[in-house]
Design a protein around this ligand. Structure first.
Ligand SMILES: Nc1ncnc2c1ncn2[C@@H]1O[C@H](COP(=O)(O)OP(=O)(O)O)[C@@H](O)[C@H]1O
Ligand SMILES: [Mg+2]
Length: 608
């Protein structure tokens, strides 16, 4: 059930599942509470003010009671003044104080909640984007998104209002009972014996009725799918002359809806009768008893009114607890899911480093040594089998092979998105594990087939390759990437907004932006994963030129299925079903009459 809800497209709007409250879950919540720590001074002050304002709220009935008693000339002294004017002045002063205190407790509560939540959001987001690639292949982006939005909103709600409300209602409940007992212990006992059990019964009864009406709604939704299905497949219904069958199916469903609704009405009727008779009956009985106490001068009319107000406090506090409790349960569930992300093991990337310093330089020698790999999500399918090759610094190595043969997987392994189950990937002769993840990724660049640009200016998109780059550096990179010309042809030039809400760039233009990005990054190892395969021949020429510029003085791994682009490569590796079946120069490979390379190039050059 929980999973289905999370997977639904608008998870943010659907009701979040609740969690059981026990030691483990409370322990979890307390870990999130650690986020409040930096703001604990303010939090404690807010709690204090909350407590104070709730206490002051308890004074309100006393003022009303005292006013009425004083009006009847029955003032009993005590701490309250003896005149109406005196009581009014005091009451207004107290109300003013309460207003003041309430303002700050709300301000402070929200302050603490929002700030600590911003911290939780930041950490969760950072954890999310530093999780290994494999994490993402197992989960849908929508689900992850909903964790950050819906789950954290629930926690926020609980922090800002539910906790405060629970404390306030508890103070009102306990204080109310104490004050009632002070007014008259007999009356208080009578009240406590009668009313709370009734409230508990009413709460459970109410819930039961809600459950039934939800059943009716579900059933109705089910019958609506019958309509939907038959209308969509109306041609089938008619062709098979199944109108009567469908009508009977729908009729049966609809009768069930009616049955459930009628059953619900029976309970609702009982509920209303119960409320009318028992609840109001109890109230009448207590008021009757109170009046006999007034008659016998045990309490005053002012006391009676005071008592009634405290009783109302108590009743509304009791009534609010189930919802508050449910809210806490939801927040516990939400924090469990958020903690699940925070507890995942992320990749080692520092949250502070923006300038991407390289600690261990890679010259550009790259080797695969007996690499075997299966994606963790499909461990039974071996995608790469015993793959070995060397690319010396500055060399161009092409990888060719049919689609699905594992070329892009090799690129992913070089970038350390995944790690091989057997064999090693070596940089400058040292295994990849000798390097930090960021050192490798900072010195490897990839230009993929489909370049994704971020919403923002072209300038920012190029700067993504080196966040600290100057304007000059960026223009220079754009020039070298054959991109300067088309960029300056836009009225806004480098400030042109691209991405979903901006100018749509053509595939070749996006490619050249990506090449400029890679030029700025200035990697030792460059991977081109079918970088020109989806371009028309005109933009292919411009992109190809830019790529030539980019490939200068670095190791280039060129993945291609169009073989014309790789003839000049120092070495060509032919991959089939995850295995290297041939390798050598173009001339060597083409001279092998039985080879796959010759076969493939025969096919392509005939057509092209
Ligand atoms: N993230 C992934 N999870 C599981 N299997 C994958 C994943 N990516 C690719 N594969 C599988 O790995 C094999 C090789 O894919 P890929 O390296 O993309 O091939 P190529 O780039 O040569 O077309 C394919 O069978 C593909 O279905
Ligand atoms: Mg591919």
């Amino acid at each position: 059930m929980a999973r289905r809800r999370l997977n639904s497209s608008n998870a943010a709007e659907t009701e979040l599942p609740k969690a059981k409250l026990n030691k483990q879950t409370l322990n979890n919540i307390s870990r999130l509470v650690a986020y409040i720590k930096p703001y604990r001074g303010m939090f404690i002050a807010a709690l204090g003010f909350l407590f104070l304002s709730s206490l002051v709220g308890l004074a309100f009935p006393s003022f009303i009671g005292a006013l009425i008693d004083t009006a009847q000339g029955k003032h009993k002294g005590g701490i309250l003044p003896g005149t109406i004017k005196g009581i009014l002045i005091l009451a207004f002063s107290v109300l003013f104080l309460q207003g003041f205190v309430s303002f700050f407790r709300i301000l402070w509560f929200v302050n603490v909640a929002e700030r600590s939540l911003a911290d939780i959001r930041r950490d969760t987001y950072f954890k999310l984007i530093t999780l290994p690639m494999n994490f993402f292949s197992n989960r849908r982006v929508g689900e992850l998104n909903s964790r950050i939005s819906a789950d954290l909103s629930q926690i926020q709600d609980t922090l800002t209002t539910t906790i405060a409300e629970m404390i306030r209602q508890s103070v009102l409940l306990v204080g109310g009972v104490i004050f009632m007992a002070i007014i008259s212990i007999k009356l208080a006992l009578a009240m406590l014996i009668l009313v709370p059990p009734l409230i508990v019964v009413a709460i459970f009864f109410g819930r039961f009725i809600r459950k039934i009406s939800r059943q009716a709604q579900d059933k109705l939704a089910e019958s609506n799918t019958v309509i939907e299905e038959t209308l969509q497949g109306i041609a089938n219904v008619k062709a098979f002359v199944n109108e009567a069958f469908e009508a009977a199916r729908y009729g049966k469903n609809i009768r069930e809806v009616a049955d459930i609704a009628i059953k619900g009405a029976k309970y609702r009727g009982m509920f209303v009768s119960f409320i009318v008779f028992c609840m109001f009956g109890a109230i009448v009985a207590i008021v009757g008893y109170a009046c006999t106490l007034v008659n016998s001068h045990e309490i005053t009319v002012g006391d009676l009114l005071k008592f009634a107000l405290y009783a109302a406090f108590m009743g509304s506090a009791m009534g609010s607890f189930p919802d508050l409790y449910a809210n806490v349960q939801k927040a516990v569930g939400a924090s469990e899911r958020v903690l699940e992300i925070l507890d995942e093991k992320g990749e080692e990337v520092s949250i502070r480093e923006i300038d991407n310093v390289i600690r261990q330089k890679i010259e550009g020698n790259l080797s695969f040594s007996n690499v075997g790999f299966a994606y963790p999500s499909r461990p039974e399918v071996e995608v790469l089998k015993d793959v070995s090759f060397d690319a010396a610094a500055g060399q161009r190595v092409a990888i060719v092979g049919p689609s699905g043969s594992g070329k892009s997987t090799m690129a992913a392994l070089i970038l350390q998105f995944y790690h091989p189950q057997s064999g090693t990937i070596l940089f400058d002769g040292k295994p990849s594990s000798d390097y930090s993840l960021t050192d490798i990724r900072n010195q490897v660049a990839i230009v993929p087939q489909d370049v994704m640009l971020f919403g923002g200016s072209i300038f920012e998109n190029i700067a993504y390759g080196k966040l600290t780059a100057s304007k000059d550096e960026i223009m220079q990179a754009a020039q070298r990437a054959n991109a300067h010309q088309f960029i300056t042809s836009f009225p806004e030039g480098y400030e042109t907004i691209v991405g979903e809400r901006g100018v749509k760039l053509s595939g070749g233009q996006r490619q050249r932006v990506a090449i400029a990005r890679a030029l700025l990054k200035n990697p030792s190892i460059l991977i081109l994963d079918e970088a020109t395969s989806s371009l028309d021949s005109e933009s292919e020429r411009l992109v190809q030129e830019a790529l030539e510029e980019l490939m200068k003085d670095r190791t280039s791994i060129i993945i291609a299925h169009r073989l014309s682009t790789i003839r000049e490569a120092d070495k060509i590796i032919v991959l089939e079903k995850g295995k290297i079946i041939e390798s050598g120069s173009h001339l060597e490979l083409i001279s092998n009459e039985q080879g796959l390379y010759r076969y493939l190039s025969g096919l392509q050059f005939e057509v092209g």
